[in-house]
Design a protein around this ligand. Structure first.
Ligand SMILES: [Zn+2]
Length: 65
């Protein structure tokens, strides 16, 4: 499952997976759940990369030292 979410599947493998997901509600739910988590994680990483408060702290620290 994680390989598909990380985009590491070949086109053929992805097609097979999508075909299976169409037929299998259990895997479809798991797949969508994992995808949602991944998107949320990615959004968090983007936000955390350079939060303004952290930048301010770094600037304040370098002014004080
Ligand atoms: Zn299944």
């Amino acid at each position: 499952m994680s390989a598909a979410i990380d985009g590491e599947l070949t086109a053929k493998e992805e097609q097979d997976l999508l075909t299976h997901l169409d037929e299998c509600a259990e895997c479809r739910a798991e797949y969508q759940d994992a995808r949602n988590t991944k998107v949320i994680l990615r959004e968090r990483i983007v936000r955390v990369q350079a939060p303004q408060t952290l930048m301010d702290s770094i600037i304040n620290m370098s002014i004080m030292t």
